[in-house]
Design a protein around this ligand. Structure first.
Ligand SMILES: Nc1nc2c(ncn2[C@@H]2O[C@H](COP(=O)(O)OP(=O)(O)OP(=O)(O)O)[C@@H](O)[C@H]2O)c(=O)[nH]1
Ligand SMILES: [Mg+2]
Length: 223
């Protein structure tokens, strides 16, 4: 299911505080295939049209991880021809990031550095991967090595949105890593947020126990 959202700031992001919701963002230059990859994974189809993403599209997906049902929101926005900063809300509360480049256009590989730098300013610790898309256009590229991923310790995937190579595997791995991250955040601010959520829950539980005690006290005692 895809929702076109007028503006990034219109989205209620408190929903990502709930355990069963994760947010995965996608970064990369314009026309590297971010939207096509999501279409391929979510609809298992690929329509070769030229439309660039306008504003923001949210794709909702339900996945099973372990024995839990997880709702995944994939955030997709236009990558811009040349690197341009994303609105901070795009990164806010994201649990994982998919960085895409086009194996046919070297500049899109070079620009990964700028995307990665910006990502780490907002989300220093979330899982991230590097995706080399459009390998269907020239299978020989899979013999080449792309060192950016290794240099930053990121998993690397050769994929094709056009023929589906590796797409499901890459998305499934990233959903799992997003869920893992959410359960064990390594970012200080995320840990604080999680502590606060638990604190809230504990308080609610204490209150309801107190209510039950109150009820017992009020009920007439039989001897
Ligand atoms: N050959 C080939 N073409 C692809 C592949 N994936 C995407 N394309 C083509 O690349 C173009 C751009 O794809 P999009 O998915 O719209 O790119 P995007 O990254 O979402 O671009 P923006 O929304 O502008 O940021 C389209 O014409 C697609 O058909 C692929 O795996 N192989
Ligand atoms: Mg797009």
């Amino acid at each position: 299911m895809a929702d076109d959202v007028g503006s990034i700031t219109e989205v209620d992001q408190n929903k990502y505080d709930v355990d069963e919701q994760v947010k995965i963002i996608c970064l990369g230059d314009s026309a590297v295939g971010k939207s096509k990859l999501m279409e391929r994974f979510l609809m298992d189809e690929y329509r070769p049209q030229q439309l660039s993403t306008y504003a923001l599209t949210l794709y909702k997906h339900t996945a099973t991880v372990g024995n839990k049902t997880i709702v995944v929101d994939f955030w997709d926005t236009a990558g811009q021809e040349r690197f341009q900063s994303m609105h901070p809300s795009y990164y806010h509360k994201a649990h994982a990031c998919i960085m895409v480049f086009d194996v046919q256009r070297k500049i899109t590989y070079k620009n990964l550095a700028a995307w990665h730098k910006e990502l780490r300013e907002y989300r220093p610790e979330i899982p991230c991967c590097v995706v080399a898309n459009k390998i269907d256009a020239d299978l020989k590229v899979t013999q080449r090595s792309f060192n950016f991923a290794k240099k930053h310790g990121l998993p690397f995937y050769f994929v094709s949105a056009a023929d589906g190579t590796n797409v499901v595997k890459m998305f499934r791995d990233m959903i799992k890593r997003a869920v893992d991250y959410k359960q064990n955040p390594r970012d200080f601010m995320d840990e604080v947020m999680r502590e606060l959520e638990n604190f809230d829950l504990e308080k609610k539980e204490e209150n309801s126990e107190a209510d039950e005690d109150g009820l017992k006290a009020e009920s007439p005692e039989l001897d």
